[in-house]
Design a protein around this ligand. Structure first.
Ligand code: CTP
Length: 406
C-alpha cells in the first residue's frame, strides 16, 4: 500500500529522532517515496546524511538552501504529499503548529499541505502532561490531525512515564490506516474472528487447538488497510494488538458466539477465521483438579456452530480446515452454513495451516466457482479473500441469494 505514495516525514529535535531512521527505512522498504524534512534541532540528534542514505532522496533542512534542487521546497513537498507524518514531534513543534507559526521548512510544509497529517509526540512526561501541550494537541486533533499517543516507559531524562515515541509498528499502523482512506472497503464494517478458543477444564487447564490466530489477524489488518472499520473478535493468541482495530478478547466458543451475534447485525461482512472449539467440558471444576485418581474422564458437550447461527444481510465467509477431501468437504460446509465464500485449506500440508506465515488455500464461492491459489503469505491470502468480499458486497446478498441453490 506504500508503493509510490509520497510521504513527508518531519523529524524534530527529540532524542527519539534516531527512531525516525527506522521509520524512514520501513516506509522506504515498503515502496514509499519518503521526503524527510528535519528541523535544525533534529540535525543535532541525527544527521541528514543518515536519513538521506536510508531514503535515497535528498533530505530537506533549510527553507533557503541555495543548493536545493526543488524550487519553493515547502510548496512542492506539501503539494505532492499523500501524507505528512511528524515523528518524533516535540512540544515545540506541536505548539508552533497549533499556533500556525511558519518559521521553518517543516512548519511551512505542514501549513501548506492538504494531505492528512499525523503527529507522534515524544518528550519528557511533564512536558507532555502539561496543560499547554495537551491543549495544543486537542486543538490539532480537532483540526483533523491524527495523534499517535506516546508510549509509557523509561524516558531519556531519567523519569518513567508517558512520553516515549510510540512503537514504530503503531506509527506504521496509523499511517496505513490514514493512507487507506478511500480504499475499496471504506464505509464498510467487517467483523473478523481469530484464534483458537480455550474451553476450561478447571481454573488452570483448558482444551485448546493449534490455531495461532495469524490468518485472522492478517485479515483484520488488511481490511483496515483497505479502509474498513474492523472489529476483531479474538481468542487468546500471542500476537500484538493491531492499531486502528477494535479488538474484543474472548476465551471460549460461547463467549465468541455472544460477541459475534452482538456485532454481526451492524456489519457488512463476517469473516470467521477463528477455530472455535466444537466441544467443551460439560462443567468446569471450580478449583484445581488434583491428581489423586489414576484416571480422569471428561465429559464433553457440543458447542453451537457460530457461523450457522448468523443470519441477515451480511456477507458470510468461513474457513474450512480439512485433512482430506478438501473441496467436497469445504463445499458441504459452504452450503450447510449458508456462506457466500469458503476458504479451504489442507491442514496436513507443511507450508500452510497452523502457526506458519504462509497458506495455500482454495476459494469456493456460493455459485460453485473454485479458485486454487498458489502458496502465498497469510497477508496475501487475506487480500485475495478481501478482494472477493468486495465483489460480493457489490453484488448484494439478498438479490444474489435467489440465484443460489443452498
Ligand atoms: N465455526 C463456527 N463455530 C464453530 C465451529 C466452527 O462458526 N463452533 C466456523 C469456523 O470459524 C470456520 C467454519 O466454521 O469458519 C468451519 O470450521 P471447521 O473447524 O473447518 O469445521 P466444523 O464446522 O467445525 O466441522 P468439522 O470440525 O467437523 O470439520
Amino acid at each position: 500500500m506504500f508503493t509510490n505514495r509520497n510521504i513527508v516525514l518531519g523529524v524534530t529535535g527529540s532524542i527519539a529522532a534516531y527512531k525516525a531512521v527506522e521509520l524512514a527505512s520501513r516506509l522506504t522498504q515498503a515502496g514509499g517515496n519518503v521526503d524527510v524534512v528535519m528541523t535544525k534541532a533534529a540535525t543535532e540528534f541525527v544527521t541528514p546524511l543518515t536519513l538521506g542514505s536510508i531514503t535515497h532522496r535528498p533530505v530537506h533542512t533549510d527553507m533557503f538552501a541555495p543548493s536545493s534542487d526543488v524550487d519553493m521546497e515547502h510548496i512542492v513537498l506539501a503539494e505532492r504529499a499523500d501524507l505528512v507524518v511528524v515523528a518524533p514531534a516535540t512540544a515545540n513543534i506541536i505548539a508552533k503548529l497549533a499556533a500556525g507559526i511558519s518559521d521553518d521548512l517543516l512548519c511551512c510544509t505542514v501549513l501548506a499541505t492538504r494531505a492528512p497529517l499525523i503527529l507522534a509526540p515524544a518528550m519528557n512526561v511533564h512536558m507532555y502532561e502539561n496543560a499547554i501541550t495537551q491543549d495544543n494537541l486537542a486543538k490539532l486533533r480537532a483540526r483533523g490531525f491524527s495523534i499517535v499517543e506516546p508510549a509509557y516507559g523509561p524516558l531519556a531524562c531519567g523519569e518513567v512515564g508517558s512520553g516515549r515515541l510510540a512503537d514504530i509498528e503503531d506509527i506504521l499502523g496509523i499511517i496505513r490506516q490514514v493512507l487507506a482512506r478511500g480504499g475499496d472497503l471504506t464505509g464498510k464494517r467487517l467483523v473478523v474472528t481469530a484464534g483458537g478458543t480455550q474451553e476450561p477444564i478447571d481454573p488452570v487447564r483448558y482444551i485448546g487447538n493449534r490455531s495461532s490466530g495469524k490468518m485472522g489477524y492478517a485479515l483484520a489488518g488488511a481490511a483496515r488497510d483497505r479502509g474498513a472499520e474492523v472489529i476483531l473478535i479474538a481468542a487468546p493468541t500471542a500476537l500484538p494488538v493491531p492499531v486502528g482495530i477494535e479488538v474484543i478478547q474472548v476465551q471460549t466458543a460461547l463467549e465468541m458466539r455472544e460477541e459475534v451475534l452482538r456485532a454481526a447485525p451492524r456489519a457488512s461482512a463476517l469473516i470467521m477465521a477463528a477455530a472455535p472449539a466444537d466441544f467443551r467440558p460439560q462443567s468446569s471444576a471450580q478449583s484445581k483438579i488434583k491428581k489423586e485418581t489414576a484416571k480422569l474422564v471428561l465429559e464433553l458437550v457440543r458447542n453451537p456452530d457460530i457461523l450457522s447461527e448468523v443470519g441477515g444481510e451480511l456477507v458470510k465467509v468461513g474457513f474450512a480446515a480439512e485433512s482430506e477431501d478438501l473441496i467436497p468437504n469445504a463445499t458441504q460446509k459452504l452450503h450447510q452454513k449458508r456462506l457466500d465464500l469458503i476458504v479451504a485449506n489442507d491442514i496436513t500440508a507443511q507450508d500452510s495451516g497452523f502457526a506458519v506465515d504462509t497458506n495455500r488455500v482454495v476459494l469456493i464461492d456460493r455459485w460453485g466457482n473454485v479458485e486454487k491459489l498458489p502458496l502465498l503469505t497469510k497477508l496475501e491470502v487475506a487480500h485475495r479473500v478481501l478482494g472477493k468480499v468486495v465483489e460480493l458486497l457489490g453484488k448484494g446478498r439478498t438479490q444474489s441469494i435467489e440465484s443460489t441453490n443452498w
